[in-house]
Design a protein around this ligand. Structure first.
Ligand code: T1G
Length: 696
């Protein structure tokens, strides 16, 4: 048994079985030290004449290699240093690719970034057909690009279009899809992964060469394998990237250039350009912000929001009361993601049937996108049931209500659920505005009551606000957080106060949009300016998405639209027209309704300033009141909750970048002109005085 710190190997019938298992770490990651280890190990394997081939595995239970060690990027001081880091990674994988003995790799678990680049440098890839086995090059999500040869090797293996689709979209594919794409050569049951990989290594040692069939037929020939077709592919991809990123994210464009340059000038030149571009990206503020978000989200994966959290109750059955849009979304996502039994209840069978159908759509979508297999689909659909009574709620460890946003209705539901569910069951309200302690007032067991505020559409929105009331038991908090995570959500624990965190900072922003409409700014311009600022959609489109009835607390001018039944997309009319669910242009009739005309209003820079500063100011005020436990929670909440631009790091990071003194100055000027709603919060005044920030 020969070993470096992270790599060990044994010899079996001429095949060196190498195991990568980084001591003391939950996942394997490629740091500078690991690179030395790999180099030393491969030198030993080269020297050892008994070694005829290599079979490479991870020693981790559910992760292969999670890529380069992202923590090392934080310390990078210059583009040149980052370029060297990438070039070193390339040199290491060149060594692997040119290794004199065949290497087969057996992949089980996450195989991402540098981990997949390593596998691509090996001669043969076998993957386990297991939900945990996921493959991708998600570097653009960190504001980077695959810098260890991924932009060169992947397009050469699966074609330019398929490679760009994966790299530019930071897509992570399940093993079955990776097999269909040709990224892996064999897909096997996890139990035989080792044997099959070893057998492949032995076959290659005896001279067998893997035959990879050309994929994609005529279209692939036309577009992937000839320069003219490829030019069209790159031009289209560039246009799509710009449309999607608004030019705010340089990484996808750089990755595109690295792929194009390599296919045009050969792999050597491609690798050089790839390392150069990686270097430039690694020192950008955008990448720094996205790396901070990565570490904030992984830290939040372990944070239950309370000191020394009791172990959560394992939920195997969920009860959902209210089969409307939110209730059905919660039910469908809970089955699809957490795999629990779900019992859906509503006042009448027609509502229940409609809710169950909507919940099943979440599963249909997962099946269509091959996120679950037909077998899994059938099994999960069977776990979804419903009725007009509380039958089946007795065995639920958790019940979530998503009924009409009315205190009396919610209090009645608490009483009913306490009558039907076990004493130990936790009761969560999906209210977006009503204080949880008010709902708990009707409970016989208020310590079991908590808020779990999901965002619409539930299946797609990653954030969950968990809102404990003063009497909520710690075990109920950890149960709600843990279950939210099983539903694939990032959970932040926030204070039980009007609007919690998200609506608290979103409402002034929406209000200001109303004021700007009244001041004559056109609806499209308002939305375009905020999309340009980096939001996925503008405030008015967001209103139409959320629905005026849900957002009724926003500024007066919007009330007219609400009264006229313009609830937004779900009503087929709002500020924009909708046909067949598709958003059309602005419905000009809405201007008359809200009593204003799009005749100009303030200049674009001021429009953005008013919308952003009123939100940052409220966010500062809310942090001062302890609505969120840390700026980290606040920023991740805003980014995942309503799409605050990730490249700006979230409202609090953005406030730090602008600086409190400047913010206070600009807010005071706006307050003089437009009123007290812009009066700087004490938190910002204090920061300006003491020169402090949210993040030290
Ligand atoms: N580097 C450093 N730390 C990492 C890491 C990485 N690549 N991946 C995970 N961790 C840490 C994480 O912070 C946490 O730490 C612990 O491992 C467990 O993670 C040259 C440039 C692999 C799917 O983008 O997506 O390769 O909090 O809680 O839910 O081209 O982590 O315990 O101290 O998330 O099971 C590209 C990032 C890198 C993948 C596991 N790779 N990781 O999820 O556990 S750039 C990625 C993930 C690159 C090359 C380039 C997930 C995971 P701690 P976890 P999990």
């Amino acid at each position: 048994m020969a070993s470096g710190a992270a790599l060990t190997w044994t010899l079996t019938d001429g095949v060196a079985v190498v195991t990568f298992d980084l001591p003391g770490e939950p996942v394997n990651k490629i740091s500078r030290a690991v690179k030395q280890d790999v180099l030393a190990t491969f030198e030993a394997l080269e020297r050892d004449r008994a070694v005829e081939a290599v079979a490479f595995f991870s020693g981790k239970p559910d992760s292969f290699i999670a890529g380069a060690d992202i923590a090392e990027f934080v310390e990078i001081a210059s583009a040149a240093e980052a370029e060297r880091l990438a070039a070193d990674g390339q040199a290491l994988l060149e060594r692997v690719a040119a290794f004199s003995k065949p290497i087969a790799v057996g992949i089980h678990g996450a195989c991402l970034g540098g981990g997949l680049e390593f596998a691509l440098a090996c001669r043969y890839r076998v993957a386990s057909d297991h939900p945990k086995t996921q493959l991708g090059l998600p570097e653009v999500q960190l504001g980077l690009l695959p810098g260890a040869g991924g932009c060169q090797r992947l397009p050469r293996l699966i074609g330019a279009r398929a490679a760009l689709d994966l790299i530019l979209g930071a897509k992570v594919e399940r093993a079955a899809q990776a097999f269909r794409l040709g990224i892996v050569d064999e897909l096997v049951h996890p139990a035989i992964l080792k044997d099959i990989t070893l057998a492949a290594a032995k076959r290659m040692a005896r001279g067998w060469r893997p035959q990879r069939r050309r994929r994609g037929g005529l279209l692939a020939w036309l577009l992937d394998r000839n320069p003219l077709g490829r030019r069209l592919v790159f031009r289209t991809a560039r246009r799509q990237v710009l449309a999607k990123t608004g030019g705010n994210y340089p990484a996808p464009l750089a990755a595109l250039e690295a792929v194009e340059h390599g296919l045009r000038h050969g792999i050597r030149e491609g690798l050089k350009r790839e390392a150069q571009l990686f270097g430039q990206l690694a020192v950008t503020d955008v990448s720094r912000k996205l790396v901070q978000i990565f570490f904030a989200t992984t830290a939040l994966k372990k944070d239950f929001g309370i000191p020394s959290p009791p172990p959560p109750v394992a939920v195997s059955r969920l009860g959902v009361v209210g089969a409307g849009f939110m209730g059905a979304g919660i039910a469908g996502t809970a089955v699809a993601q957490a795999g629990v039994d779900v019992r859906l209840k509503d006042a009448g069978l027609p509502q229940v049937a409609k809710g169950l159908a909507a919940a099943r759509e979440v599963l249909d979508d997962r099946l269509k996108r091959r996120r679950i297999s037909p077998y899994e689909y059938t099994r999960l659909v069977a776990q979804l049931s419903g009725g007009e009574s509380y039958a089946g709620f007795g065995r639920a460890e958790l019940v979530i209500e998503a009924v009409f946003e009315d205190l009396a209705v919610k209090q009645a539901v608490v009483r009913e659920v306490e009558g039907a569910a076990s004493e130990r069951a936790a009761f969560a309200s999906n209210t977006s505005t009503i204080p949880i302690h008010r709902i708990a007032e009707a409970a016989r067991r208020p310590e079991q009551v908590i808020g779990m505020h999901f965002f619409s559409p539930v299946a797609r929105m990653p954030l969950l606000e968990v809102i404990p009331a003063a009497r909520t038991a710690p075990a109920v908090i950890s149960t709600a957080v843990a279950f939210g995570r099983r539903m694939g959500k990032t959970a932040i624990v926030v204070k039980d106060s009007p609007g919690f965190w998200i609506n608290r900072i979103l409402t002034p922003y929406m209000n200001e949009a109303g004021h700007l409409l009244a001041a004559g700014v056109a609806i499209e311009e308002l939305d375009q300016l905020m999309v340009h600022f980096g939001f996925p959609v503008g405030p008015i489109t967001l209103l139409d998405e959320v629905g005026m009835d849900v957002a009724e607390k926003v500024a007066g001018v919007m009330h007219a639209a609400l009264k006229a039944g313009r609830l937004g997309r779900k009503a087929g009319k709002g500020f924009y027209r909708y046909s067949g669910g598709k958003k059309g242009g602005v419905d000009a009739a809405v201007y008359e309704l809200i009593g204003t005309q799009p005749n100009g209003g303030p200049r674009p820079a001021e429009v953005i300033q008013r919308l952003v500063l009123v939100m940052l100011n409220e966010a500062a005020r809310a942090v001062g009141e302890g609505i969120v436990r840390s700026p980290r929670d606040g920023d991740i909440g805003a980014i995942f909750g309503f799409g605050f631009p990730p490249f700006r790091g979230g409202p609090l990071r953005h406030a730090d970048d602008l600086g409190a003194a400047r913010l206070v100055g600009e807010l005071e000027r706006l307050a003089e002109r437009y009123g007290a709603r812009f009066a700087p919060s004490d938190v910002l005044r204090d920061q300006a005085r003491r020169g402090t920030k949210f993040y030290s």
